[in-house]
Structures are given as structure tokens and as C-alpha cells.
Design a protein. Structure first.
Length: 24
């Protein structure tokens, strides 16, 4: 389930960057 982990990390990074509006 490495893909799910990668997506989760990507979401956290995106939120940290301030991209809440752009989800994927």
C-alpha cells in the first residue's frame, strides 16, 4: 500500500504549501 502512503504524504505537503484550494 505504498501508493496510499505516497498520496497521504503528498496531501500533507500540499497543505503545508498552502494549496488547500487545489486538491489534486
Amino acid at each position: 500500500m505504498a501508493v496510499i502512503h505516497a498520496i497521504a504524504l503528498f496531501e500533507v505537503m500540499w497543505i503545508n504549501l498552502g494549496g488547500k484550494n487545489k486538491y489534486y
